[in-house]
Design a protein around this ligand. Sequence first.
Ligand SMILES: [Zn+2]
Ligand SMILES: [Zn+2]
Length: 591
Amino acid sequence: MTKKISEWVNKNIKQKNPQHQHAPHKHHKKPFPNKDGGAKMRIIPLGGLEEVGKNITAIEYGNDIILIDCGMSFAGPDMLGVDYIVPDVTYLQQRKHKIRGIIFTHGHLDHIGAAQYVVPKLGNPPLYATKLTAGLLKNRLREFALDKHVKLHEYDERTTLKLGAFEVEFFRVNHSIPDGMGVFVKSPAGTLIHTGDFKFDHSPAIDKPADMQRIAQLGHRGIDVLLIDSTNAIKPGFCKSEKDIADTLEDIISKTKGRLIIASFSSLIGRINQIVNIASRHNRKVFLSGRSMIDNMKLAEDLGYTTYPKGTVRKIGPHAKSLPPSQTIILTTGAQGETLSALTRMAIGEHAHVKIQESDTVIISASPIPGNELAIVNVINNLYRQGAKVITNGDMDIHTSGHAHAEEIKLMHSLIKPRCYVPIHGELYMRMGHAEMMKNVAQSVTMLENNGDILEISKQQGIRKSKQKIPANDILVDGLGFGDIGSKVIQERKVMSTDGVLLLLFRAYEKTKRLVCEPNIISRGFVYVKESQTIASETKQVAKKAFEQVVQNNRNIELKELKRQLTLNINRFIRKRLGREPMIIPIIMYI
Ligand SMILES: [Zn+2]
Ligand SMILES: [Zn+2]
């Protein structure tokens, strides 16, 4: 199918897309127009295409590579003990001398959160970010003691970067964190636009509105490939504006008599700024709770991303109780029901400074990220139990997403009119839905990529998918080290968590390999042994027999092989007898 698409692109696209009658590539119809005619620009998404998170795209041309974003993703509940996931950069490590820079579109962790892992691996290439993103990035690198080794450059919407063979320009978009940018990249082989995470908001919280005029101008230059955010593509209509959300919040705040506790994302700096301004209009003081909320707002204040008077916001502490409830707003993290977050601790009565009272109103100004629903319900139940009233986005419009809905996506397409359209950022179902929707709208050819696929643009061959594939695995991090947890470890943790562990202790004479006594069983989390003496003694018998047989067949058997065969035998017995597969660990002591 891919081949068909690329043939179709090469044959038809120039005639079918009138926009490009005026575009530069019209002239490229001449065969081998210049020396560079043979070179290819390769677009390689190494993450962000089979998940929401871990966004990273490499763009390669000749001796130059640039990267757009370098994010992490959070581990799902099935990845026991894994804290987060970073992208596989093996391909880039082997070519680190070619890397001219990493460009960050905005400051969310799924776009900057793997920098501490990737940047040193690639020989500390220069980083490029807008002011706020650079601030967040600097804090992150400082946390990992890397800030002194890295050159971090700020850019804005007027910047043009020359990075090797690439020319890079930017355009403003809106998102749920200020200072989000889309990226235009030109190489001798062609052009591309990467939207970053985006939406269009005509009355955003603190940003300027997305620059449609600029986007259209870039589109007029002729864009070969558009890489475009899919996160909310299958949601109809337009995102609500931050202004509407602020109006609803102001309405609630003005009518509420008691104390207000508002939970949101700590990166929603624009919304938090609006809430603080509303609070001061209604004679309320704002207290911040949660480390990331406090850190982010301090950074936002220092860099000039807030409009409230300095000193309006304070960190939560014992002094918060000195004000009457009607004059207090507590802004907190924990809108996703995270186990250790401030809101969760309030809900179970374990927050050092906030005790939930009967007259409290809790507003959850966020919507659940898939997978977090149960945790949030739990927190809401606990808040009700403590006597609070809870308002969620289901009750009133107190949250809007940062990702374009269907109509905004169509608008972006019609401003750019690319030759080839590639849905990025999202699970397969989101990107498939996105592609399906564009069938009726776009004149461009839509291509679905996976992590590690390569899209090649050249003047001779047009745009096509390469047969080559780049490694793009999940690198798992458990807080202690990078990438030292393989999938086997996860598998073992799963086995232990579902079926428990069974330790079998064999004691035997070294010379004769005869057992000194019956094997001992120690079990953890494997219920049957404790409950049933019969099963315990049966298992012992099976273990004993297995040991004797294996040793009889080969007296000089290696320890590793002996253990393997014992595990196999005991495992087979327990699976047959109980339908369970606990982790079996044989321990052999020779005396
Ligand atoms: Zn984002
Ligand atoms: Zn994102």
